[in-house]
Each structure stands twice: as structure tokens, then as C-alpha cells.
Ligand binder design. Structure first.
Ligand SMILES: [Zn+2]
Length: 159
């Protein structure tokens, strides 16, 4: 992963790295949450068994913190995994979508998607190739190629 890659080549590993980081963070948060939550539960049980009158919110806070960490860890794990799934789905779906768009629109595409026909000369200059710069025929009025010697329409000499 040194150089000689396009801008897109640089983008891809970075995204994969972000996902991996998210997964690592997710696992770490999840484990930390389980440990802290477990300690909290242990402290809570110990508290309940003790005869101490003073309510100690430490264990409860620890359980809450552990729960939050677990939730954040799961969210990070999801973000890391969903990113991959979304990318995969997009890569799998887009070609099919383009093909469908091209098929449905007869090659013209839908809003720029799936256009397969060329933007060739249409309209004013038809496939017959009527010239726009050449001289009109004096006999029939058909416009001819600039270098035409005889009329396209009637064959009369244009000279
Ligand atoms: Zn003519």
C-alpha cells in the first residue's frame, strides 16, 4: 500500500480500515461493557447480601455504564458490518438496476441511468446526411454536400 494508485484506489483501503477500526472498537466496548457490567452485578449482589443500610449506587452505575458500553459496542459493530453490506449490495444491485433501466427505456436510460444509445446526430440532420453547408439545388431545392457535383435529390448538375 505505497503509491501508484488512483484516487479511488486510495479511498477503498481507507474505508475498509475504518470498518475494521469500528469492529475493533465495537469488540473492545462490548468486552469492557461486559466486564464493567459484571463487576457492577457482583457489587450489587454483594450489596444486597450485606446488611449495610446505606444504599450504594456504585454497582448500579457500573451496571448502567456497562450496559451503555455494550450498546455502543454493538452499534460500532453494526456500523462496521452494515458498511460492508451496503457496499456489497450497491455493487451487486447497481449493474442490474442499470440494465433494467436500459431495458425499460429502450436504451435511452432513466434520468441518465442505463443509457446505452450513442448521442449521435439526431433530428435536423437525419441518417440521410443532408448537408447544412452545401448549396441548394436550383432544380429541386434539395440541399447538398458542399463538395457535391450533382444534386442528391434529382441528379442535376450543381456546377
Ligand atoms: Zn435537385
Amino acid at each position: 500500500m505505497t503509491t501508484s494508485r488512483g484516487p479511488e484506489g486510495h479511498d477503498l483501503p481507507r474505508t475498509a480500515g475504518t470498518r475494521t477500526t469500528l469492529r475493533v472498537i465495537g469488540v473492545v466496548l462490548l468486552l469492557a461493557g461486559l466486564v464493567i457490567g459484571g463487576l457492577g452485578v457482583r457489587g450489587f449482589i454483594a450489596d444486597a447480601q450485606s446488611t449495610s443500610v446505606d444504599a450504594d449506587f456504585g454497582p448500579i452505575l457500573m451496571m448502567a455504564a456497562g450496559g451503555f458500553l455494550c450498546v455502543f459496542g454493538l452499534a460500532a459493530l453494526n456500523a462496521g458490518t452494515i458498511g460492508a453490506q451496503a457496499r456489497y449490495a450497491a455493487g451487486e444491485t447497481m449493474p442490474t438496476l442499470k440494465q433494467s433501466a436500459a431495458y425499460l427505456s429502450d436504451g435511452e436510460g432513466i434520468m441518465g441511468v442505463g443509457r446505452t444509445v450513442d448521442d449521435g446526430p439526431h433530428g435536423a440532420e437525419g441518417s440521410r446526411g443532408a448537408a447544412v453547408t452545401g448549396p441548394y439545388c436550383r432544380s429541386c431545392g434539395v440541399r447538398n454536400d458542399e463538395d457535391a457535383r450533382f444534386c442528391d435529390g434529382c441528379g442535376a448538375s450543381l456546377a
